[in-house]
Design a protein around this ligand. Structure first.
Ligand code: MN
Length: 207
């Protein structure tokens, strides 16, 4: 029985246009995200079969498959909820104060985040995360769906920089995609994730 399932979006595929087109949203959600869900479920089944047979000859490939596909499922589940057609434009309250405290100002935070996104070499994500050890917000650069991040940091705002996320709309002009992203951020969702992460209840709102 499948452990993971594709979540419904809380808005229509066309709702984020012109910032992200309906065509991209439909393909991205119903094809790309669905493939990560299927891949994560398949990886779990293969690992169970390996345990049953006591045959771990393919363990490295299976663990990589699980990390990649479960990473893809997790990242997209957060990303959809980070977006809204009714963006509040800027964070407010404790989240706004925390961004000012840890990055200097909202504009400095956004410049750092944009550079992180645009600097990616290949496929990956930029994200804002809560670091429970340093008790601070940090920005991380995620390679593919699972690499180059510190374990146990909690993502609260994620931006997909894979070409499938923007190429039909923006071609090679990544900067315009990143600029458009800031028009559709759901700061209420980001703030809820921030509060949950900061209070140690991250799992509740992780996806
Ligand atoms: Mn994607």
């Amino acid at each position: 029985m499948a452990v993971y399932s594709l979540p419904e979006l809380t808005y229509d595929y066309a709702a984020l246009a012109p910032h992200i087109s309906a065509q991209i949203m439909e393909l991205h959600h119903s094809k790309h995200h669905a493939a990560y869900v299927a891949g994560a479920n398949a990886a779990l089944e293969k690992l169970a079969e390996a345990r049953e047979a006591n045959d771990f000859a393919n363990i490295n490939r299976l663990q990589k498959d699980l990390a990649f596909h479960l990473g893809g499922h997790t990242n997209h589940s957060i990303f959809w909820k980070n977006l809204t057609p009714e963006s509040q434009e800027r964070p407010s309250g404790d989240l706004a104060s925390a961004i000012d405290e840890y990055f200097g100002s909202f504009d400095k935070f956004r410049a750092h985040f944009n550079a992180t996104a645009l600097g990616l070499q290949g496929s990956g994500w930029a994200f804002l995360a809560w670091d429970a050890i340093g008790h601070q917000l940090i920005i991380e650069q995620l390679f593919d769906q699972q690499g180059n991040i510190a374990a146990a940091t909690t993502p609260i705002l994620m931006l997909d920089m894979w070409e499938h996320a923007f190429y039909l709309d923006y071609k090679n002009v990544k900067g315009d995609y990143v600029t458009a992203f800031w028009n559709i951020v759901n700061w209420d969702d980001v703030a809820a994730r921030f509060e949950a992460a900061r209070s140690g209840a991250a799992g509740v709102l992780l996806v």
